[in-house]
Design a protein around this ligand. Structure first.
Ligand code: ZN
Length: 134
């Protein structure tokens, strides 16, 4: 698999509105997009840090995985997303071959027009890992 860079960091928050002043007014990051991802039951907001993005994730339902993460004491960085240059499907096949537990067996549509798939943190040093391509 060929990873070119970190595409974004996913950060779990209870309220995007509540944390925006920190990201925009203190860090001075540029907000450029908000989007609801229905099947993930999250609202996202994107900010730019150079080429890398910060993806704020707010649960839209009590059974959202983000709400569960927050309820279990999770806070802050929720996942790291890597940009793969040679295809998410190919990367998944390679990970599967190497015994990495997959959350997604095939790529699916994510926020901001990306094709994405997650690897299970049990196989990735505890870091929920997202592979993505444009
Ligand atoms: Zn993400």
């Amino acid at each position: 698999m060929k990873i070119s860079r970190i595409e974004h960091l996913g950060i779990a928050v209870q309220s995007i509105d509540a944390v925006m002043p920190y990201f925009q007014d203190v860090l001075g990051l540029e907000y450029y997009k908000s989007e609801v991802v229905e099947d993930q039951k999250v609202k996202t907001a994107f900010l730019k840090v150079g080429e890398v993005k910060i993806e704020l994730l707010e649960p839209t339902s009590p059974d959202s995985t983000i709400q569960k993460f927050l309820d279990n004491g999770g806070k802050g960085v929720h996942h790291v997303a890597f940009k793969v240059e040679d295809g998410v499907s190919e990367a998944l096949a390679m990970c599967d071959e190497k015994g990495i537990r997959l959350i997604d067996k095939a790529p699916r549509g994510g926020a901001d027009g990306l094709s994405i798939a997650f690897l299970h943190p049990k196989s990735t040093c505890g870091i929920l890992t997202e592979l993505c391509e444009e």
